[in-house]
Design a protein around this ligand. Structure first.
Ligand code: FES
Length: 101
């Protein structure tokens, strides 16, 4: 699931995009900013689909700028990316997922 969150940028507030990924009981939040040169990565499958829909795809998240790819956990799986997507801290409270940005 894609979501946006505000971040301070000088005197302004900008929106950043991230993805919530549920794997079993674990929920992780990944910043959608590519760690190569900062483009926005996209899911390689329809949002809300289960991980089994990935099939033979090289990665769960792909970058449109230079073709890099990341696993469902945000690990780099295709060059030129070499660093994982940034993880945001999450917790589940009262049945709701909270993300610390
Ligand atoms: Fe994402 Fe280059 S900015 S692969």
């Amino acid at each position: 699931k894609r979501f946006a969150f505000p971040v301070a940028a000088g005197w302004e507030t900008r929106q950043r995009t991230a993805f919530l990924v549920r794997k079993g009981d674990e929920v992780i939040a990944l910043d959608a900013t590519c760690t190569h040169l900062g483009c926005m990565v996209r899911p390689a499958f329809a949002e809300g689909a289960s991980a089994s829909k990935l099939g033979g795809a090289p990665g769960a998240f792909v970058c449109p700028c230079h073709g890099g790819a990341f696993s469902l956990e945000g690990e780099p799986v295709k060059m030129p990316v070499t660093k994982p997507l940034a993880r945001l801290e999450t917790r589940v409270l009262g049945g709701q997922v909270q993300v610390r940005a």
